[in-house]
Design a protein around this ligand. Structure first.
Ligand SMILES: Cc1cc2nc3c(=O)[nH]c(=O)nc-3n(C[C@H](O)[C@H](O)[C@H](O)COP(=O)(O)OP(=O)(O)OC[C@H]3O[C@@H](n4cnc5c(N)ncnc54)[C@H](O)[C@@H]3O)c2cc1C
Length: 469
């Protein structure tokens, strides 16, 4: 049966599109972090939507599980197959064509396998901005970005990936093509079915094409790093900056002094930005289409007033592009510095923004009852209420600590998130990593509806088994 399936698949898609050599398959079986490892009988690399449809139709007929794979930068093991040797990994990397860019309707239509960074650069060449931006943008694919409803650093201004989507083309598990690749800005004709694919993590079908909204290109930027004596000051500063700068507020990122210390320890060439240590920091970026001097003056005025009013302790305003980039690196290098520090427990949580300071206090108390000496690294997209609440082994503990303490630490963190009406996954999704917590914390009625939707789209359960649901 297995050989018959592979023969038919190879005859239909062509030899180039089907990899079966175990040595060649090997690199497709692990996730970016190296936490998960699975198995598969083949990796399939279709070159167009018709081939994706043929592949899924055959998989459905032979009941072969399909794991869609984008750039493999997901942090929850969603694109890694489980241990069943009957899986196929369906890689979208050959579907990387930009289909059109329109600077009147401000839309971009592309294959789902396009790398996000390439789409951003293509839009920029036409004088437009594709605002979705994340540290993994030069590896992740737009199809993966939509399948995870990615966030990133500009959500405070432009919203999550979902808010940029006008149309989707996708293939259903039975091989039918969902032809929703329209660029209309308005369409109120019944249920908006494309939304179901966004954030579905490959469990309903394969996204093959996307139509996205573009925005005016920002030509000027201004950045400040503000030092805080408490997270409460970040709240007050957010209120003040948003009120004064409105839509020009492009990013509002937070990190604690422990995160800064980690970056200074593990990343070459980084320097302490202030004469003394502070409790935490926010990095604020403003951006506009024109008038650099006015933007810089606005930022300086707002921050100057904030310093006078005691909303922050100190501030470093960028005076050049290289200073701006250096300030950003203090925030962006935190993930790499954590990787260098060793295995750690990631919690990508979201909270009502105004309750973040209180959460930081009570969550630490709760966590210390479980593990008094663990090290906490808190940073993230404060302006969206999204914290990366990461926990590392106590000083001197074995590197196996993270694996041993994972369950207890997650129970404490997610338990506290639930008390605040927050979410256990702000932007990374569920995948394999958070499946248990998802079923523990999500409203059972909503899970029942999701299972019913899954049944409608994928009655034979071939799509990405063991993920999310
Ligand atoms: C350094 C770093 C920084 C990051 N920063 C952020 C951040 O700021 N914000 C954020 O949201 N995420 C961030 N991420 C996580 C990751 O980049 C995103 O989740 C990204 O959207 C995943 O895209 P991908 O193409 O790599 O998808 P993959 O990892 O390949 O897949 C992710 C999921 O989507 C499914 N999938 C992939 N392609 C398709 C498709 N065409 N059709 C259907 N299903 C598909 C997979 O089956 C899987 O379940 C970061 C990751 C790294 C490594």
């Amino acid at each position: 049966m297995k050989q018959e399936f592979l023969n038919t698949l190879t005859q239909t898609l062509g030899k180039d599109a089907v990899i079966t050599d175990p040595a060649e398959i090997e690199p497709w079986l692990t996730d970016w972090r190296g936490v998960y490892k699975g198995d598969a009988q083949a990796v399939v690399r279709p070159g167009n939507t018709r081939q994706v449809a043929d592949c899924l139709r055959l998989c459905n007929e032979y009941r072969v599980p399909v794991v869609p794979r984008g750039g493999n930068t997901g942090l929850c093991g969603g694109a890694t197959p489980d241990v069943s040797p009957s899986n196929i990994v369906l890689s979208m990397d050959r579907m990387n064509r930009i289909r059109s860019i329109d600077t009147i309707s401000n839309t971009l239509v592309a294959d789902a396998g396009c790398i996000l960074g390439n789409l951003r650069r293509a839009a920029e060449e036409e004088g437009r901005l594709l605002p979705l931006s994340l540290a993994a943008e030069d590896s992740s694919q737009i199809g993966g970005n939509l399948a995870t409803n990615a966030g990133g650093v500009n959500v405070v201004r432009y919203g999550m990936a979902r808010e940029l989507v006008l149309g989707i083309e996708a293939v259903l598990p039975n091989g039918e093509i969902f032809n929703g690749l329209q660029t209309l800005h308005k369409d109120n004709t019944g249920y908006d079915l494309k939304q179901l694919f966004i954030g579905s993590e490959g469990t309903l079908g394969v996204i093959t094409g996307v139509a996205l909204k573009l925005h005016p290109l920002n030509q000027v930027r201004a950045v400040v790093l503000a030092a805080l004596e408490s997270p409460q000051q970040a709240l007050e500063l957010l209120r003040r900056v948003y009120g004064a700068c409105g839509a020009r507020l492009q990013a509002f990122e937070y990190f604690t002094d422990e995160c800064l210390d980690l970056v200074l320890t593990h990343v070459d060439g980084m320097h302490q930005p202030f004469g003394q240590r502070h409790d935490g920091y926010v990095l604020i970026e403003l951006a506009d289409t024109a008038n650099e001097d006015a933007l810089q003056a606005l930022l300086e005025e707002v921050i100057g007033q904030a310093l006078e009013d005691g909303l922050c302790q100190d501030a470093a305003v960028s005076a050049s592009l290289s200073q701006l980039q250096t300030l950003w690196r203090l925030r962006e290098e935190i993930s790499e510095a954590q990787r260098a520090d060793g295995p750690h427990l990631k919690h990508d949580i979201s909270l009502p923004i105004e309750r973040i300071p209180q959460f930081i206090e009570t969550a630490e108390r709760r966590l210390r009852q479980v593990s008094p000496d663990c090290r906490l690294f808190i940073f993230g997209h404060f302006g969206d209420g999204n914290l990366h609440y990461n926990v590392s082994r106590p000083q001197g503990a074995e590197k196996t600590w993270a694996a041993e303490w994972e369950g207890r630490v997650a129970d404490a963190v997610f338990g506290e998130v639930a008390e605040y009406g927050g979410s256990i996954s702000a932007e990374h999704g569920i995948g394999q990593l958070k499946r248990h917590a998802f079923h523990q914390h999500k409203d059972p009625m909503q899970i029942r509806l999701m299972l019913q939707i899954k049944q409608v789209f994928d009655p034979n359960s071939i799509m990405n088994p063991g993920k999310m649901l």
